[in-house]
Design a binder for this molecule. Structure first.
Ligand code: ADP
Length: 199
């Protein structure tokens, strides 16, 4: 099963990605997590990653694409994966398409976790108070919402046009959102013959 999970910062992608990963036995690959672990190193690249992340902007496509391609080439991703936080730009979509095409693979579904802006901003402010993530400051949260709206939200249409989009309401208790996700994904993965038999 090859999946993407998309949605605005604060929609709960990371939380749900971990649950999907466990439920279906596929690794969850989060570019945000990869960059957060990279940024602590004492190298020029880490410094660059730190500065961009802390301001709320996107890391360059070149670096991001390379990191994801390396990660997806690892053995645990052969049977499937869930990408969280990637692709976020048209150039990243292109790179992922090329990667999958080269391996004769395709995406099975793109989850869009839907949550309105007031809700996600209030969740992120709450997270700021408890976890202290460097990019959860109010100004940065606004920049991240704006960058998402401008650069990443338009990609949803592209995946909808490909017939891959599965929209799921991200509001409500975590376990309830997961149940909705599993139901939507199971319905999608069911073989066509079963769908026909069920009407
Ligand atoms: P959120 O979705 O809440 O913004 P993430 O953990 O997914 O949080 O990402 C945190 C930051 O990591 C982003 O604001 C960005 O700077 C960087 N990042 C993550 N994924 C990408 C990507 N695909 N392309 C560019 N930058 C990325």
């Amino acid at each position: 099963m090859r999946l993407l999970i998309m949605g605005p910062p604060g929609a709960g992608k990371g939380t749900q990605a971990a649950r999907i990963s466990q439920h279906y036995g596929i690794p969850a690959v989060s570019t945000g997590d990869i960059f957060r672990s990279m940024k602590t190193a004492d190298t020029p690249l880490a410094q660059q990653v730190r500065a961009i992340m802390d301001s709320g902007g996107y890391i360059s496509d070149e670096i991001t694409n390379q990191i994801v391609a390396d990660r997806l080439a690892q053995g645990d991703c052969v049977r499937g994966f869930l990408l969280d936080g990637y692709p976020r730009t048209p150039a990243q979509v292109k790179s992922l398409d090329g990667f999958l095409e080269g391996r004769g693979e395709h995406l099975d579904a793109v989850i869009s976790l839907v949550a309105d802006e007031d809700e996600v901003v209030s969740r992120l402010l709450k997270r700021a108070a408890t976890e202290g993530r460097a990019d959860d400051k109010e100004d940065t949260i606004r920049v991240r919402q704006q960058v998402y709206a401008e650069q990443t939200a338009p990609l949803l249409k592209l995946f909808a046009d490909r017939g891959l989009l599965v929209e799921v309401d991200g509001l409500g208790p975590v376990a309830e959102v997961s149940e909705r996700l599993f139901a939507a994904l199971d319905a999608r993965m069911r073989p066509a013959s079963v769908l026909t038999a069920d009407g």
